[in-house]
Ligand binder design. Structure first.
Ligand code: PEP
Ligand code: MN
Length: 264
């Protein structure tokens, strides 16, 4: 079902305010974590102003340390949904656990499957049983075939509204960037599947001043969209502050990427 050979035409994933894989570059943005009601409303306005149609924000966070901020849970989902609705946007948020698929599904327009869960097959099956689009992040050590098989788990359960996200992989040198952005994965995945491919330059870069060049590279390579972390006070962000773009930098990134998208 995922293979281009069996399904030659591109899949376009459509939600109320967004088309991923259509002619327009899909722009998703927001903070790494939903931090408060007030903050997510402010970030939604920034994202919207820059042209984003999807608001991101984690309410269930897969933190490396169990002592780090774990997210606001359902309260965060409510704030995220309200902030998106107020600005005429869609919501993308991570679901970490099969037991939470129903709960998260009440609030979101796209399920995000995080890199750490790319091969959590019971979670993939659970989101595969819904009709909600699934944005699948490439695992940090996942090969292209691993990504394709993970997508197949979702599709095999009946949900073919799938978006693939290249977000960087672990390589022998991740001293200056958090991960190694595999820009070649964009055209390769597009050749092999009919699903739209977007890029997450934030988790690939890990530092804010590398985000724009990677975003530009991803769009130049043919990505259908971007998912980017933004924050107005990155030093005090609850998670991933170092890679967050401030509002003005984000606006400029979006402007440049839209220019590039017109010529690819
Ligand atoms: C995130 O989007 O905040 C996140 C945790 O991403 P990833 O799964 O790519 O690390
Ligand atoms: Mn993050």
């Amino acid at each position: 079902q995922s293979s281009r050979l069996l399904h030659p035409e591109d899949t376009i994933v459509k939600t109320a305010h967004t088309e991923v894989g259509g002619n327009k570059l899909a722009l998703m943005a927001g903070p790494c974590s939903v931090e408060s009601e007030e903050h997510i409303h402010r970030m939604a306005k920034v994202a919207k102003e820059a042209g984003a149609t999807v608001l991101r924000g984690g309410a269930f966070k897969p933190r490396t340390s169990p002592y780090s901020f774990q997210g606001l849970g359902e309260e965060g989902l409510k704030y995220l949904r309200e902030a998106a609705d107020e600005n005429g946007m869609d919501v993308i948020t991570e679901v970490m656990d099969d037991e939470h698929v129903e709960l998260v599904g009440k609030y979101t327009d796209f399920f995000q499957i995080g890199a750490r869960n790319m091969q959590n097959f019971s979670l993939l099956k659970e989101v595969g049983k819904t009709k909600i689009p699934v944005a699948l992040k490439r695992g940090m050590s996942a090969t292209i075939d691993d990504v394709l098989n993970a997508a197949e788990y979702i599709a095999a359960c009946g949900n073919n509204q799938i978006i693939l996200i290249e977000r960087g992989i672990r390589t022998f040198d991740n001293k200056y960037t958090r991960n190694t952005f595999d820009v070649g994965a964009v055209p390769v995945l597009q050749q092999l599947t009919h699903y739209p491919v977007i890029v997450d330059p934030s988790h690939a870069a890990g530092v804010w001043d590398i985000v724009t060049p990677l975003a530009q590279a991803g769009v130049a390579a043919g990505a259908s969209g971007l998912i980017v972390e933004i924050h107005d006070d990155p030093e005090h962000a609850f998670s991933d502050g170092p890679q967050a773009l401030k509002p003005d930098t984000f606006k400029e990134m979006a402007r440049r990427c839209e220019e590039i998208h017109k010529v690819v």
